[in-house]
Design a protein around this ligand. Structure first.
Ligand code: SF4
Length: 371
């Protein structure tokens, strides 16, 4: 998510929920005490996560805003799942900086929202885009004006934060967005998540599919639970995600597995990949796509120490391979792509990458139904 169209709420009607002096300090939070903020705070959790209101005028980011080939939508900024390799931390930094520039965060609060190492707040200060439907309705008018000229545009939900992260259980913004999109027809919609909560919205996916192209990507990089816990702080374990995928496919939802990122030397060997293909088959996946790790500067501070701790023998090789670049080395990416294609053929999945998907967008008339 580029986040360039976000704007922050004024004081609004949210109230600061500061902790009483007698309240125990949040457990395990590296961000320290919670200070009063001009941003309305919606909720806080004992482990230190704070949910903060964001009232954007726009939530649908165009390809020009993000540099991606599709429109993107993220109901939240920041993600409690806290994957060490997550490339979306920049979006949170951008929103925090804008809040500070707009006078919504003091210098001290800016420090709190950045965290001591510059990455913690992405996982523990979650912005919630309240009144998202008003912004979406206005965006959809813009979108439908645009797609009359370019009728192959796709909307992807969950490009920079997980749309079914724990916050969604309470705030239900993703469900509201899906209900709105279910009133449209002729759209091409993708959604990416690591959460089993996605199965809650099977009814809406079924509605959307009646008049639109839909792909739900359940994201899983390995079946190895120990490895998941080392790399992803709070994501659901593989079995839970695969059960959710099965629930979706059993209900006829066009859902599959996305294996991203594939980690060189850690998850990219054929037996590990093949185990994922097998699990995807058992879960009824309609497709499986994969792509290699991107290691942009903003991710290194979070990911490389994890690598140092768990794979010290690989850490220097990663530093060399990704020196001066964010994308995986070209030869490696090509070899991985060939390996994935061979496995897609072997396991009877369509042979395409996610990026291909959004180049073959649904042609034909697109129509916005009455708001
Ligand atoms: S679930 Fe996705 S958005 Fe959330 S931390 Fe992990 S990679 Fe980032």
């Amino acid at each position: 998510m580029g986040g360039s169209s976000d704007s922050l709420a004024s004081s609004g009607d949210g109230r600061e929920l500061s902790l009483p002096a007698s309240h125990p300090r949040p457990l395990g939070s590296p961000l320290g005490p919670i200070r009063r903020s001009n941003l309305p705070v919606l909720d806080e959790r004992l482990r230190g996560t704070k949910f903060v209101t964001l009232q954007p005028k726009s939530v649908l980011n165009s390809p020009e805003q993000t540099g991606m080939d599709f429109w993107s939508l993220n109901p939240y900024v920041g993600c409690e799942f806290g994957c060490s390799y997550c490339y979306a931390r920049y979006a949170h930094r951008y929103v925090v900086q804008r809040a500070h520039d707009a006078g919504k965060l003091s210098d001290a609060e800016l420090a709190e929202f950045q965290g001591p190492h510059g990455w913690e707040a992405f996982e523990q200060r979650i912005f919630v885009k309240q009144q998202i439907l008003a912004a979406l309705d206005s965006d959809l008018r813009r979108f439908f004006r645009r797609v009359r000229q370019q009728p192959r545009d796709t909307i992807v939900i969950g490009t920079a934060t997980d749309p079914y992260q724990p916050a969604e259980r309470r705030f239900r913004l993703t469900r509201a967005v899906l209900a709105r999109l279910a009133q449209c027809e002729g759209l091409s919609i993708g959604l990416i998540t690591k959460s089993s909560l996605v199965a809650r919205d099977t009814d809406l996916f079924a509605q959307i599919q009646r008049h639109n192209d839909l792909e739900v990507h359940v994201s899983l990089i390995t079946l190895d639970v120990a490895l998941i816990r080392a790399l992803e702080s709070r994501s659901p374990i593989p079995a839970v995600r695969l059960r959710a995928l099965k629930r979706l496919t059993d209900a006829g939802v066009n859902a599959g597995l996305i294996v991203a990122p594939v980690l060189p030397g850690i998850t990219d060997d054929v037996p590990r990949l093949e185990a994922l293909f097998h699990a995807a088959r058992v879960a009824g996946a309609r497709f499986l796509t994969a792509s290699p790790l991107r290691l942009y500067p903003g991710i290194r501070d979070r990911f490389l120490p994890v690598l140092d701790a768990h794979f010290p023998e690989l850490a220097d090789r990663y530093r060399r391979a990704y020196a001066g670049r964010g994308a995986a080395p070209r030869d490696y990416a090509r070899a991985l792509s060939r390996r994935i294609k061979r496995l897609q053929v072997k396991w009877g999945f369509p042979v395409w990458r996610m990026s291909d998907r959004y180049e073959k967008r649904r042609p034909g008339p697109q129509r916005e139904l009455p708001l």
